[in-house]
Write a new protein. Structure first.
Length: 163
């Protein structure tokens, strides 16, 4: 169960022109990102990689009723470039588990959105963590939130690497 296939299938059913149909959850996170690449993106990247994978949408806001709305981005291609620079930097995140086709700019009627499709990490890549300490920088996804992994969860992922 899990793996790249599941995340890919999700993309085919996500209609960015009808964001009001969706809610944040285990496999979907929206970030307004109008002030630039949000720092919280890395917690979500780690959480999706360490869980079942998921899609991060930049340029989409969550409204008070929890529905989503495309706000759009002024320079989405620049944001994609910045994202790639940071995801490849081991000082930011322990592993880049993305392929070029996992990140793209999607045009919608309301504006451009950056779509980042994070696969579930392979056993030998886990945990995917922020900074230099897996015990402080590993996250998991639960519901519509990212939560710091506890020591037992991190040890479990590290142990699985050995087998």
């Amino acid at each position: 169960a899990g793996g790249r296939g599941d995340t890919r299938e999700m993309n085919t059913v996500l209609d960015l022109n009808h964001m009001e149909r969706y809610r944040e959850g285990n496999r979907l996170e929206a970030k307004l990102a109008t002030g630039g690449l949000p720092h919280s993106i890395w917690e979500t990247y780690s959480a999706f990689a360490n869980s079942a994978g998921g899609i991060i949408l930049l340029g989409v806001e969550e409204l008070p009723d929890h529905s989503l709305r495309v706000q759009g981005l002024l320079d989405p291609h620049e944001m994609v470039q910045e994202f790639w620079e940071k995801v490849r930097d081991p000082a930011v995140v322990s592993a880049n588990i993305l392929r070029p086709e996992d990140v793209w700019v999607a045009g919608t009627e309301e504006g451009s959105v950056v779509v980042i499709q994070v696969p579930q990490g392979e056993r030998d890549q886990l945990p995917v963590y922020l900074g230099s300490d897996p015990f402080r920088g590993s996250y998991r996804r639960s519901g519509d939130g990212d939560y710091r992994c506890n020591r037992v969860e991190v040890w479990s992922m590290l142990e699985a690497k050995q087998h």
